[in-house]
Design a protein. Sequence first.
Length: 438
Amino acid sequence: MVDRVERFDAVVIGAGAGGLCAAARLANAGFSTVLLESLDRVGGRASTEVIDGFKVNIGAIALELGGVFEETFAALGQPLDVRLPKPASAFYLDHRVVDVGSGGWGMLLGGLTKQAAKILEKFAEARAGSLPDGSQSTEDWLSGYTKNETVHGIFRNLCAAIFSCNADELPARAFLTYFTSKGAFKRFGFCPRGTIGAWEDLAAAAQRKGCDIRLEAPVERILIENGKVCGVVVRQGGEAIRIDAGIVVSNAGPKLTVDLGGEESFPSDYVGLVRNRLKPAANIVINFASRQPLLEAPGIVTFGKTRRLCNMANLTATCPELAPPGWHQYVAYAVPVPALGDFDAEAEIQYALEDLREQFPGFDTVKMLSIRVMRGDWPCQRSCAGYDLPRETGVAGLWCVGDAVKAYGNGGTQACAETARLVVDQIVVDRGMSQGLQ
């Protein structure tokens, strides 16, 4: 039983990066759109909470410029409130900040291994389109050229930082695709209001275009009839509301999308992909603050050989507003072993904390703000790069966006924004074809 019925052109489920970008683009294209979010805030797994006066990011922090993400804001006439650290990224090796700057891979690897030329040659071949098949892991690929532990540590931590997995879990093809053709975080920064600030701005811009955004509104069912989507049932304010729509875009991940629609409503081959191909990737997010600075680099540093720690951001060096006066705020990321399977969360947290103590002698005096293990139904990425599903679900009018349906080898917020653009562009084309046939 439903209490009332509403009608929209399009329903978007989930106000994470992919869902917000999709809703904004749909509204901007003239579709009457409603965005439904079960939480009380936008941003999904890349949002922000306030702890003891600190603006603490739940997951992702780095917002990329110069690509689809920034383009989405520009299309809606919304400035992107991102502050760029200089340098944005560096490496932290032997307790020293190493800024490779314009020297790139050549400068970094040349100082670590005699095999740098061979590795760089393979990067050049990848840029030209010669890539390994998807079965070889990044670790195995790298082992063919060097045994240097620091180099292997750097590659492992780059896999962990970008893709939330270990080098023996990520296909070398995906790693090389990202670093040779996807931009590889060349320009990024932080929002001085916490990552949620960017999402709130995009939500406001979508609302100005007519998008109806509803928080604390969990979708209970996706309605599918005769192979076509026809709407959703949402719970809001104690009411069960049926929303009729010929377009539903889900940012809830393929697994929950199938659960909401019922397996029997989807083609069996798609259900098989959801059951067997998805590889959720886990990570550990450690937010802390100190009275004395622990790190001089203002952006994100990637570590060399560590147990689990992969990278860390010095947030208040660029955005002091995130912390109360007199505090330096950081977020560190660690990836468990395995990242694509079951693990002992407490043991993995301890490995990460041991790494931080070794890297920063003053770490034992910090104020711990939060430690979040992102796994299971709330992972860092709903599917590791190289194991993404199609954005089409096999049900007419029902699409998925977000970090389980990325373009091959892509990662980060940019990848989620790209899925939204690809889906909405196809929806617009389909509408034009439909109108042309009338």
